[in-house]
Design a protein. Structure first.
Length: 339
């Protein structure tokens, strides 16, 4: 006997087997599930329409049925290309069970070490150089039974499986998949370091920061663009803001924030609050010098203001038909003429 609830059941089967997927693909899967149920029994009452409201309602229904299982079909807007992505997230998982299904203990230990270097990176750069990533094999207190070449292969595998992004400059950062599926872990382990976007309140590792020291405003690129179309001043401190993320007047969050020498300093949990224990190592910086950049305040890191910002806006005007494209980790470049 076919009934309307079968749409949800088919849909859940489809997404559980896929991992992270684009909003477009998720919508296509929904439509196909509806068609499959109707093909089995044309008289079954299934509500379906191609509108945002109907989609939101369907997702709400899916999540209501997942509630008792501590799962949520959750979405995130990609920090690089601003496309919306969905994945099934275990809300209670703060121990990386998703990663654990693909890797053995020592590999997970290495992954955690890389995540730590990304989250503790200086200057809100939320990224780690290849050299610093390989250094983690022998840098920690617990000896990892990994060679550097094994670590190199592993890093490639983390990228291939969508857990990490590797930029053109060879820096590793967290992918949308990690920010979505591993958020409970990141939130519980790095609550101090994690930054939220002032506009959408989602986690932020790539974007812009207000230049005024102690101002807590931080935004994704797409949130900045949507906000800047309506207002020209900082929503927190009212400082005049430039038109483009690449103009002078804003500070980068993400790998563009890296400064000379940052990678030579390994940060650990214990050393974050006292700069004395930092371990210096000789490592040539692979990055451009950012010496003109003023020292940023650490304000954003504690900036978990729960104040609801009415300027929140879903960026929906950039519809893109292509599905499942690999996001390239290339945030907008700073203008080299910047003074
Ligand atoms: Zn945002
Ligand atoms: Zn500000």
């Amino acid at each position: 006997m076919v009934h309307a609830g079968d749409v949800q059941r088919l849909f859940l089967q489809a997404i559980f087997s896929r991992g992270i997927l684009s909003e477009n693909l998720a919508k296509v899967l929904w439509k196909k599930c509806v068609e499959a149920v109707k093909a089995a029994d044309e008289h079954v009452e299934v509500s379906y329409s191609n509108t945002e409201e109907a989609w939101d309602e369907f997702i709400q229904g899916v999540n209501t049925s997942l509630n008792d299982l501590d799962f949520e079909f959750k979405s995130i807007q990609d920090e690089v290309d601003s496309k919306r992505l969905f994945a099934m997230v275990n809300r209670k998982d703060d121990e990386l069970a998703q990663v654990a299904t693909d890797y053995i203990a020592v590999e997970i230990m290495y992954f955690k070490a890389i995540v730590e270097q990304i989250m503790l990176a200086r200057n809100e750069s939320f990224s780690v150089s290849s050299l610093a990533a390989l250094r983690e094999v022998s840098a920690g207190k617990d000896k990892m039974n990994l060679t550097k070449s094994q670590a190199e292969v592993l890093l490639g595998s983390f990228v291939a499986n969508g857990w990490l992004l590797r930029s053109k400059r060879g820096r590793y950062s967290l992918s949308s998949r990690s920010l979505l599926e591993l958020l409970p872990y990141i939130k519980s382990t790095y609550s101090e370091e994690m930054i939220e976007c002032t506009i959408c309140h989602e986690v932020l590792t790539k974007g812009v920061a207000c230049k005024r020291s102690n101002c807590k405003a931080r935004m994704h690129y797409h949130c900045f663009k949507a906000y800047r179309r309506r207002k020209s001043t900082c929503p927190v401190c009212s400082l005049d803001w430039p038109e483009n993320v690449t103009d002078d007047g804003l500070l980068p969050v993400g790998e563009l924030a890296i400064r000379d020498g940052d990678d030579g300093i390994r940060r650990t949990r214990d050393s974050v609050n006292s700069d004395d224990d930092e371990e210096m190592e000789d490592e040539p910086s692979q990055t451009e010098t950012k010496s003109r950049q003023p020292q940023r305040s650490q304000a954003g890191k504690k900036g978990k203001s729960k104040k609801k910002n009415d300027d929140s806006e879903e960026e929906a005007d950039e519809k893109d038909a292509t599905d499942e494209e690999e996001a390239e980790a290339t945030p907008p470049r700073r203008r080299s003429t910047r003074q």
